[in-house]
Structures are given as C-alpha cells and as structure tokens.
Design a protein around this ligand. Structure first.
Ligand code: HPA
Length: 266
C-alpha cells in the first residue's frame, strides 16, 4: 500500500481536499498550467512512490485550484508495459480516494482506427476494450470483488463535456478505446484485426487500468484521447513517440480549455 505516500502528500497539501484527479497522458502535461496556486510534489520525494520511465511523463503531482474545485494532477502515469505491478494502479486510485477525490479525468494519446478521425482529433471515450491481458484488480482486493463495468464512463460527465465542446464550436469525436499492452506499436495486421471488428475507434497502451480501478472505487470517470496518428497501415507514416508528443502538444491547449470550462461551470 502507499501509506507513506498518502501521509507525505497530506502533509504537503495541508487542508486542501482534492475532489478531482486528472491523469495526464503523453504530451498532455501542460494542462497543469491552468491551476491556481499549484503545489508541486515530485514523485521522487514521495516515500513508497515509484518513478516513471517514459519520455513525456515527467513524474510530479500538481495540486491546485480551478473554479471551486481542488485538483490533484498526475503529470506522468504508470503503464503496464513498464512492468509495474498491476495493483500499483489500484493503489494510486485508492490514494486519490483517500484524499477526497470523487471524479477523475483521464487523458491519453492514441492511434486512430478510423481514417475519418485524423491526427489532432479529440475523442471522448465512451467505452473501452481491455486487451492488455492484465487488470489492476488482480489478486486480493476490496469489495466489490466483481465491479460492474456496464457504465464505466460517466454519462453525466460525458454530456457536460460534449455540451462545452459544442458551445466552443470544437468538433469532438466519440468512440471506443482499445488498450493493448505495448510498448511496441501495432503491426498493420493487428490494426486490420482491430478495425475488422468494427467496434473500436482508437488504440493505446493505457487508461483501461485507471478506469477499472476508479469504477471499483466508485469514482466518476471522464476519459479523452487525443489522436496523435493513424494506426499502422492506415497511413504511409509510421508512428513515432516524438511525433506523438508533437501532435498531441498542439491539441493539448484545446483539451485543457475544455476541461477547465467543465470545472468552472460545475
Ligand atoms: N498505437 C498504440 N498506442 C498509441 C498509438 C498507436 O498508434 N499512438 C499513440 N499511442
């Protein structure tokens, strides 16, 4: 458990009680610039807390305000492909829950499985398919032992997000996110298989674990992908992490603005 981490963070943030957690995906770390009076807590200073190993994931918590909300933002997430214990994801979400979090916004960079959803698009995730072969709930865990996933993504938060996008005249897509373990990008044949199912819209290497753990903890979920590339075989460009960070960086401002307005209006 992350008992030492919880106590350290609690001491750092004093009487601030975060109600919203935000997990920032590759290239989306800049969203923390919207926070007022941010307290920065590097992972390396936190007892019992692991380090991120991926470029574009710096490894800090930011605690600060937007509107009436107090946020805890995770700039740097942990991926199953880093060979972390799957339970670590559940422990981090439990840490949020203990701090007072009741809703979570999860972002990621993803490859598009639809030629009609180009790079730079913002896709609201309406459901996921976890093909990573792992779950953060593996092993002993608290009740509910078999959490229901029939409405994993909060329809209420999704509706608000869509409304705000509409008010700002920003086109957003909606779709199903499929998680593969990674860290390699998919082969063109794997992409063909995913596309062939007809039910998947974007592919990535994260998010499903955090969503599963949040649903288990009764935390409401909003999740959004920024499309960084067309998945392998759908375009002549090959996916590359540097390009992913560059493309996502461009849409990050728009996504940040939408999330900020969502919080300001709530
Ligand atoms: N595949 C998997 N994960 C990704 C991709 C992709 O094409 N782009 C960004 N993350």
């Amino acid at each position: 458990m992350l008992k030492g981490s919880f106590e350290y963070i609690k001491e750092k943030i004093g009487d601030l009680t975060p109600d919203t957690a935000v997990i920032l995906g590759s290239g989306l770390g800049g969203l923390v610039d919207s926070l007022t009076d941010a307290i920065i807590i590097p992972y390396k200073d936190i007892p019992d807390f692991p380090q991120t190993t991926v470029a574009g994931h710096s490894g800090c918590f930011y605690v600060g305000r937007i509107g009436t909300h107090i946020l805890i933002c995770m700039q740097g997430r942990f991926h199953f492909y880093e060979d972390i214990a799957p339970q670590l994801v559940s422990q981090i979400i439990f840490l949020f829950k203990q701090l007072g979090v009741r809703q979570i916004f999860i972002t990621n960079a993803a490859g598009s499985l639809r030629k009609s959803m180009p790079e730079g698009s913002i896709m609201l995730i309406k459901d996921h398919i976890n093909l990573s072969g792992r779950t953060p709930l593996i092993g002993r865990h608290a009740e509910p032992y078999f959490p229901d996933m029939s409405e994993a993504y909060s329809p209420k938060l999704a509706k608000k997000f869509k409304q705000i996008a509409k008010e700002n005249k920003i086109k957003i897509y909606e779709g199903v996110y499929v998680m593969l373990l990674g860290p390699n990008y998919e082969t063109p044949s794997e992409v063909k298989l995913l596309c062939h199912s007809g039910i998947m819209d974007a592919v990535g290497m994260s998010t499903a674990p955090e969503v599963i753990a949040s649903v288990h903890q009764g935390i409401e979920v909003l999740a959004v992908s920024v499309i960084s590339n067309l998945a392998n075989g759908l375009s002549k460009h090959k996916p590359d992490h540097k390009d992913v960070l560059r493309v996502v960086g461009k849409s990050a401002k728009t996504l940040g603005m939408l999330l900020r307005q969502l919080l300001e209006k709530e």
